[in-house]
Structures are given as C-alpha cells and as structure tokens.
Design a protein around this ligand. Structure first.
Ligand SMILES: [Zn+2]
Ligand SMILES: [Zn+2]
Length: 222
C-alpha cells in the first residue's frame, strides 16, 4: 500500500512508545518528559508542533492506524466513548473545539496529511465558520451531520476529510482538498489567522508549544 509507514518507521509510534526522543524535542524545548497532555492505553493528546494558535492539539491513536475511521472500527463503542472523553476535556479547558481529520494516509499521492499516523486536529475555535467554508469547498461531497460513532460506517478504509465538533461531524469521502495543510488552511481562513502557502513560517513557533504545555498543567500530571 503506498503511503504506508510501518510502526517501526513511524515518528509518532516511536515518540508515543517512549523510544529515542525525537530530535525536535530539543529544537522545540519540549521537556524530557515529552509533550503528552493526557493519555491512556489507546489515545494520546499532544500539542501540535506547528500550531496555528495556542492550544492547537492533536489526538493520536497510540497504535499505528491510518485514520480514526479505521481506529474506531474495532471495539467501537469503547473507543468512541474514549475519544469523546478526551475531546470533552479539551473543550472544558479551552471553551470550544473544532475537530478536523484530514484523511487516511493510505495513499500519499494526493495532498498528504502532516504525519502518516491517525490523528485528529483540535482547534479551540467555533466550528460554524469552519464548517461553512468546508461545505462550500467540498460541495455535494459533504455528508449529512453524523455522530463520531457513525464515522467508521462511511469512512473505514477510505480517504476522507472530517470536520465538525462533537455534536455535528461532516465527512467528504474521496475528496481532494484544494489547499495543502488543509486543517490549518481551513481554520486559518475561517478565523482570520490566515496562512495559506506561508503557513510553516507563521506556525513554527516553539514558544506557543511550550505555552500549550504549561496551560494544560502538563508538567505536574505526567
Ligand atoms: Zn505510527
Ligand atoms: Zn494533520
């Protein structure tokens, strides 16, 4: 399968497995204890290393899956409940949440995800304006609103973009986003934190990552 990264080659599996510390820990000033804000055996919440805004986080499966639709296909009820619990904690900390998963990485021939390991982006912005742009760009490809538990019914083994909040998730299946780094691009344009092609210059900001770790009180809990 093109685009497949084995767990032994995957930077996220290595990081979450407690292996050799990634080089970027030093560059970003991540403490020796790592950047995990909260984890259990199946999920880990971490600050994004190229944050669009403070507290831009990623929810990872701790095992190597290519998408959350695939992750949720096994032991669905328990996993769905855990994902919701993590997201609700994020929302209780930061007031609101927009969730974006920019597809499976089964094929990297199209616009690739930032890493080849299942992850959902969590932004502390209201989802309404983000969904408006998503619906306009994906058009008839966008599904009706659905719950997280139903995502796997539509998207298992597929490439997709998922946008929403916990109450209303919408999917575009087999749809190629018109912008690279679509999660950041979409939220950037919806909120005025515009970035487009220069996103990396604006987002690579270690001080924001350190602030996110401090905001969560991570140093005390891990
Ligand atoms: Zn992995
Ligand atoms: Zn991503």
């Amino acid at each position: 399968m093109s685009g497949y990264t084995s767990p032994s080659d995957c930077e996220i599996c290595i990081e979450l497995g407690g292996g050799v510390q990634p080089e970027y820990y030093a560059v970003w000033g991540v403490p020796d204890t790592g950047r995990v804000l909260r984890r259990n055996s199946r999920l880990a919440l971490v600050p994004d290393l190229a944050p669009l805004h403070p507290n831009h986080c990623l929810l990872f499966a701790t095992s190597h899956f290519l998408s959350f639709a695939d992750f949720l296909s096994e032991d669905r009820d328990a996993r769905t409940a855990e994902v919701i619990e993590f997201i609700e904690e994020y929302r209780s900390q930061f007031g609101t949440v927009t969730l974006i998963e920019h597809g499976s990485t089964a094929s990297l021939e199209r616009d690739p995800s930032c890493v080849t390991h299942a992850h959902i982006h969590l932004f502390s912005v209201d989802a309404a304006a983000v969904l408006d742009i998503f619906r306009a760009e994906a058009g008839i490809r966008v599904s009706s609103p659905l719950g997280l538990r139903e995502v796997t019914d539509h998207a298992f083994g597929r490439e997709y973009v998922m946008v929403g909040n916990l109450e209303s998730m919408q999917l575009a299946i087999d749809w190629a986003p018109p912008h690279r780094q679509y999660a950041r691009s979409l939220v950037g344009r919806a909120t005025g934190l515009s970035l487009d092609s220069t996103w990396s210059d604006k987002c690579l900001n270690p001080s924001i990552v350190r602030a996110s770790l401090a905001d969560w009180g991570a140093a005390d809990d891990r």
